[in-house]
Design a protein around this ligand. Structure first.
Ligand code: CMC
Length: 427
């Protein structure tokens, strides 16, 4: 470990402090770099840039490790609940029994949405993608909950955080109900967070809905696996939007918009569509060849990661959960066999070995969600529902960080230098 990094610019040396976290790479503090050297650093895609300090989540991409507040994701997925993980991410420690009960009670008291919000949905076409609806409706929450938009008031920040976590399942279920033309169901707070979401999604007013405990457990685990993931694209978007002082509902809408892209949360929908297109294992080599072809934009969806250069630990849990859900629902989707074979062939292919491309969280999730009954268009919505916990926790951490400033990257300008305007009749 070094105390300072030396940078030489135009023959002059400059020293920059090196900061150490509790674990993981040190960072060179270059905040004074521009003021001292007159130069910027260049890092499109932030491949070498730590944008903030955080105590929430740690990833060791080479070893395939993911920790939330120090706890390995595998242990949390096996033993914990989504509400417990939400408490952990928000508060820093696992709750005691009474604290968890109180937190669950508080969240359940915010599950309803303003009645006027239902009319908002009706402005969308019935065939609107639910992520389009989610972006719009979550952004609109700031128009409904003015009393929790003052970001300088810690009480309002807490209420907004609870509201967002509590209302996302209701809004996600409403987006689904709207697309299938069924009536919205009000929340039932006698159910768990996840059970309530399943009922609002798959229940109908005409009949009682029995929550299948195995499906509830699997769904809750899927939520845990998506709860937070360090400074990924959507989380960084939430932080950047929040750095200007925007209200939390607007920031979450920004995060949802970013998550939608197929390189990020949209990959779960794209991965299942890809498996369907492949169909049977015999066609896999054709698709692997396409993924390796530099002239073909096709990529294996659900494969590869910016940080993981090893198996994504979330994919390990996800693969196990597929079998549990199939057993519980007594189904067997042949696409799972195609996925397993695709993984096997890709992991023994020189291209994927050399580039360290492994299955990520999105590779197996679609098979499970499809077995549970979700259409592919809902997959990224479920990701957004769970990631709201991470976004909210990261947003709170940012607001209270004394180093926080408005996020304002600079650029390497490559356009024309100054020139004079020429009137249109003289051009
Ligand atoms: N299939 C084929 N080739 C790939 C793939 C893939 N899925 N992923 C990366 N590569 C190749 C890529 O072509 C590049 O090759 P070269 O060095 O010869 O140009 C090399 O591997 C590095 O890829 P990159 O795009 O420079 O890496 P990145 O860190 O910028 O991108 C990624 C990471 C996740 C966007 C990318 O791996 C990808 O597009 N994967 C498919 C989409 C996906 O599954 N996304 C979900 C990510 S996990 C959940 C989440 O974050 O939401």
């Amino acid at each position: 470990m070094t105390d300072a990094a030396k940078v030489s610019v135009d023959g002059k040396d400059f020293d920059y402090p090196v900061m150490s976290g509790t674990v993981g790479p040190d960072v060179v503090d270059i905040r004074k770099f521009y003021a001292q050297t007159g130069d910027f650093t260049y890092d499109p895609g932030f491949t070498s840039t730590a944008s903030c300090q955080s105590k929430l989540t740690y990833i060791d991409g080479d070893e395939g490790v993911l920790l939330h507040r120090g706890y390995p994701i595998g242990e949390l997925a096996e033993n914990s609940s989504f509400m417990e993980v939400a408490y952990l991410l928000l508060n820093g420690e696992l709750p005691e029994k009474g604290e968890l009960a109180q937190f669950e009670h508080t969240i359940s008291r915010h599950t309803m949405v303003h009645e006027q919000l239902a009319t908002f949905f009706r402005g969308f076409r019935r065939d609107a993608h639910p992520m389009a609806i989610l972006c719009g409706v979550v952004g609109a929450l700031s128009a409904f909950y003015h009393d929790s938009t003052d970001i300088h008031d810690p009480v309002q920040r807490t209420i907004a955080s609870h509201r967002l976590i509590a209302k996302m399942p209701t809004i996600a279920a409403m987006a689904y109900k709207y697309s299938v033309g069924q009536p919205f169901l009000y929340p039932d707070n006698s159910l768990s967070y996840t059970g309530n979401f399943l009922r609002m999604t798959f229940g109908v007013p005409a009949e009682p809905y029995e929550v299948n405990p195995a499906v509830e457990k699997a769904m809750d685990r899927i939520f845990i696996l998506h709860a937070d993931h360090e400074q990924n694209a959507s989380t960084s978007t939430v932080r950047l939007a929040g750095s200007s002082g925007a209200n939390p509902f607007a920031c979450m809408a920004a995060g949802i918009a970013c998550l939608w892209g197929p390189a990020h949360g949209g990959a779960n929908e794209a991965a299942l569509n890809m498996l369907r297109e492949i169909g049977t294992p015999e066609r896999i080599p054709e698709f692997i060849a396409r993924a390796k072809d530099k002239n073909d934009p096709f990529r294996l969806m659900g494969f590869g990661h910016r940080v993981y250069k090893n198996y994504d630990p979330r994919a390990t849990v996800m693969q196990k959960t597929v079998r549990e859900v199939f057993d519980a629902l007594k189904v067997n989707d042949p696409l799972f066999d195609t996925a397993l074979r695709l993984e096997e062939l890709a992991l023994s292919d020189e291209y994927f070995i050399e580039k360290k491309l492994f299955p990520n969280v999105d590779f197996y999730s679609g098979v499970i969600l499809s077995a549970i009954g979700f259409p592919t268009s809902m997959f990224t919505v479920l990701f957004a529902l769970a990631r709201t916990v991470g976004w909210v926790a990261q947003w709170n951490e940012m607001i209270t960080d004394p180093d926080q400033k408005i996020g304002r990257p600079r650029q390497l300008y490559t356009g024309p230098t100054q020139r004079s305007y020429v009137p249109v009749d003289q051009r």
